[in-house]
Write a protein that binds this ligand. Structure first.
Ligand SMILES: [Zn+2]
Length: 106
């Protein structure tokens, strides 16, 4: 179950509550004053990180290197290209037999 952050409108305190996604903010009771006037704080933690995040130089360079690598990979021939090459002929039938001996006769 997701963890939600709430702020109580009654006592203006913040608290966390693990609820189902179908739970409504108006049904959430404040643990401090037990008022049902809580408003859900939508992931202020995550949005703060995403908002301040800027890609650094290293990150840009890494991305460029990755693109270069992908380009190089695309230029490679497909793996099944080797299957079109016929196997070398190793049959011994076609090779002529040499060296039958020198015939010496009188
Ligand atoms: Zn409260």
């Amino acid at each position: 179950m997701p963890l939600y952050e709430y702020r109580c409108e009654q006592c203006s305190k913040q608290f966390e509550a693990t609820q189902s996604v179908h739970a409504r903010a108006e049904d959430t009771e404040c643990p401090f004053c037990h008022a049902q006037q809580a408003t859900r704080i939508l992931s202020s933690f995550a949005s703060k990180i995403a908002g301040d995040h800027k890609p650094g130089f290293a990150e840009i360079k890494a991305k460029a290197m990755n693109n270069e690598r992908m380009e190089r990979f695309a230029k490679l021939p497909p793996l099944n290209a080797k299957r079109n090459v016929p196997p070398p002929n190793t049959s011994s039938d076609s090779s002529p037999v040499t060296g039958t001996g020198s015939s010496s006769g009188s």
